[in-house]
Design a protein around this ligand. Sequence first.
Ligand code: HEM
Length: 413
Amino acid sequence: MPADDVGATDPLAAFDVGDPSFTHDPYPALAALREAGPIHLHEPSGRWLVTRFDDVATALRDRRLGRSYTHLHDHAEMGRPEPDPRWSSFHEHERWSLLSLEPPDHTRLRRLVSKVFTPTSVARRRDEIEDLSRLLLDRCAELETFDLLSDYAQPYSIGVICAVLGVPADDAAQLLDWSHAIVKMYELDADDDTKRAADRAAGEYIEHTRDLIAAKRAEPDGLLLSELVAVEDGGETLSEDEITSTTMVLLEAGHEATVNTLGNGFRALMRHRDQWRRLTSGEVAADTAVEELIRWDAPLQLFERWILDDGVSIGGVDLPVGQEIAMLFGSAQRDPRRFDDPDRFDVARGDASHVGFGGGRHFCVGAPLARLELEVSVRHLARRFVDLELVEEPTYHPTFVIRGLESLRLTAG
Ligand code: HEM
């Protein structure tokens, strides 16, 4: 729907995560919402939608907001129900995840994990990552048509994160299935069947991860999971539950967004042939293009925060303790107040100050690894498959928070 039409009606009514035309192309509706105001109460979810770049960037860094509140307030104080006991495995799996923690636990766990993901430690993995990318693209080259997601991006990105963690490559397919089921829990309109499947997957995944930890205890290999098991940092040790959650968040966060950045990004490149040619000709470097791939069609569209302290005001609205905001990354990254001609897909834009990797305390710990994986992929594909073309128009998954394609069938031309 063109932005004008959306604007003519209630802009909030057009923000309908259950409507396939919205999930196919949310940007006109997001533009209407953003231009109608910086913040809107979304009654179905009870959350305040934050639409503009500056407000999102500020909220990410505001320490009076948190991804969780249980370190300060109990559920009753926040006016929230107790967690649904039917989804106990799901809650257990994220109990000690970096994404569920705030200081001091967050600081302690993050310090250990981030050591492995510094640009320098990640750069040491470059050769291995280049080799995996080449191997998978060799296989794609033998096919008449290939699906960039299932034939390349998924085995590539799960392969990289398994190698970093020291998880056997044979586990990858099963991990992908569990992870796909679990992340559906984060959608705004997840129904009970979806939640049941997510909970079952989380339970199986926890058991499997515990077995892996036991194996690393018996036979350490110096890779991340083994390091977490062995860690003695300033006299502190990690509990088995902490190691389990940390492993799981790295495996989940470590591939879904990377896969969807490649899918959404290559859809955009195939539809903007002039931009693809700027890459194949070498006019624009792959690492420059990667930033625009993340900005233009964000793989993660929405992140939530709780108001934990008094005095917070966003977009002119005072928000008391206990309110919840939903920051709309896809909207923020198309905000004309921040980006010139924001709907234009321009691989040379090279603006790395988008919010695609978040900001503040929870800034993506895997960003250096993700950037390396994406740069290698874009460079190899542009060099090898100059005449790459879409075989058919791809379809987006009917989800909003995690935005990605079902498949992206391409031919080398
Ligand atoms: C293009 C790919 C990626 C994107 C767009 C992305 C995006 C993000 C964003 C937006 C956040 C912050 C969430 C918030 O503030 O609420 C985040 C956090 C996180 N990401 Fe990524 N990510 C990507 C790849 C990766 C990779 C490859 C890894 C693993 C190695 C990873 C691991 C994590 C972890 C563990 C966190 C939680 C950090 C914390 O809470 O301290 N991500 N990511």
